[in-house]
Design a binder for this molecule. Structure first.
Ligand SMILES: [Fe+2]
Ligand SMILES: [Fe+2]
Ligand SMILES: [Fe+2]
Ligand SMILES: [Fe+2]
Length: 434
């Protein structure tokens, strides 16, 4: 279906203030919420944080914006913040930090898979696939803790829609941040879909980073705190990697238009897919407000740059956040690309082709010097119940030793690395049934 947001009326900015009772709604029920309602809620929180933050950056960095327009942006920025409160605070107080964390990594895995399959630019797709296998491994590591600390089956959150097995081992995600930087798209030729896809993922990864940075200290267990610290730092690498795909020469007004368009597209996609009627209403209302913001950004592009918004965002909506189970897609990437690494330029290579002086070995030797917390995680669960917590079909679970063998670097290994032999031993033990 086509939907040209520029032709829709939307809600004018001066009608967008709401009462505190409307802003702070009743949370969902964590026991019966659909897992993809939760992923939408997690993602849209990240989208709103980015929208709010970006408008502050505009205020601080862009002297060319006229006084009257600054005032309009200040008002819409407050609305973004109110959106953020509504969306994030749909989280019930009883949903633990680890349960929410599993939700965040489910977003990362299933969103990145969706984006990769709907990405017209091959290089951008390759970068999505590369990051996918890292978040997939984070989900596996955190699932152990969800069992050890909360005593839950990760499927109480994931609802069997997303597999839980080893991915590219997290101890190998630590790169020199300089080689994380990718080649940006060309703003003149890139499809609106590419621009929206990247902005959506940047917002999601940034919020994941922020959530870990703000919540990892809420646990007393040192190994778990360090696990959050280690994975939080990988999310910083992910934000750096994905944002570097964006053309840095886009003007501030172009970026404003793309931010509002991304909000329109994501809310539209959420509205189309939502199964919870109360939350669907939220998506519908916020979509109307975002169309209002889009009109403001369109007027600014016309006024300051004498350009039509259609040149930048086209005439149709894109769908950047449809959630559904992506198991076959993820398994295919996992089996074929777990050994992939950053090549030191802007491309990719395989472990076996890395030079001895590959710059990320130096980083890994330092940060994993006292052991990698995400390796310690598997040691702890193996000591406790003789194997790891996993979910997926039997064939996939049996492949774990092979995936480790293919996906782990021989160089610069953490001193507490869980070995191939350890995985063989774990494979001999029946999968833990809850
Ligand atoms: Fe918003
Ligand atoms: Fe992650
Ligand atoms: Fe990530
Ligand atoms: Fe907005």
């Amino acid at each position: 279906m086509t939907f040209n947001a520029l032709k829709e009326k939307g809600m004018p900015l001066d009608k967008q203030l709401r009462t505190w009772h409307d802003i702070v709604k009743r949370p969902f029920n964590k026991y019966d919420v659909d897992c993809y309602t939760r992923t939408r809620q997690i993602l849209m929180n990240g989208i709103e944080v980015e929208a709010w933050n970006f408008k502050h950056a505009l205020a601080r960095l862009c002297p060319m914006i006229e006084e009257d327009d600054k005032k309009v942006i200040a008002q819409s920025r407050r609305i973004e913040d109110m959106h953020q409160t509504t969306v994030n605070w749909l989280t019930p107080a009883c949903q633990t930090v680890l349960e929410t964390t599993l939700g965040y990594e489910q977003v990362a895995v299933d969103l990145t898979s969706w984006l990769a399959q709907n990405e017209p630019d091959e290089y951008v797709k390759e970068t999505f696939d590369f990051g996918l296998l890292e978040d997939f491994d984070h989900l596996y590591r955190y699932s152990q803790w969800a069992y050890m600390i909360d005593g839950i089956n990760p499927n109480e959150i994931l609802q069997n829609q997303t597999d839980v097995v080893i991915g590219r081992p997290t101890q190998n995600h630590h790169n020199c941040n300089a080689i994380r930087l990718r080649k940006p798209y060309d703003k003149a030729t890139a499809a609106p879909q590419t621009k929206v896809n990247i902005l959506t993922l940047v917002a999601g990864e940034q919020q994941t980073h922020n959530f870990y940075a703000e919540h990892g200290m809420m646990y007393a267990n040192d190994d778990l705190r360090r696990t959050y610290g280690e994975i939080c730092d990988v999310e910083e690498e992910h934000v750096s990697m994905y944002e570097s795909l964006i053309d840095p020469t886009e003007s501030p007004f172009e970026k404003l238009l793309l931010h509002e368009f991304t909000e329109v597209c994501t809310y539209y996609n959420c509205y189309e897919d939502e199964v919870d009627p109360k939350i669907k209403q939220v998506w519908e209302e916020f979509l109307a407000m975002e169309i209002g913001h889009l009109h403001i950004a369109s007027e600014m592009i016309k006024k300051y740059e004498n350009r039509e918004p259609e040149e930048i965002i086209g005439t149709n909506i894109v769908r950047p956040c449809h959630f559904e189970s992506q198991k076959p897609y993820v398994i295919n990437i996992l089996e074929n690309e777990v050994q992939k690494r950053l090549d030191g330029g802007v491309g990719y290579t395989d472990i076996e082709d890395l030079e001895d002086d590959w710059v990320s070995y130096g980083v890994q030797e330092v940060v994993n010097g006292d052991g990698s917390p995400t390796e310690q995680t598997i040691r702890l669960i193996k000591t406790s119940i003789e194997r790891d917590i996993v979910s997926g079909d039997k064939k996939l679970i049996k492949k774990q030793p092979e995936l480790l063998d293919k996906g782990l670097e021989d160089e610069a290994q953490a001193p507490n690395t869980v070995t191939y032999e350890d995985y063989l031993e774990m494979t001999e033990v029946d999968v833990y049934e809850f």
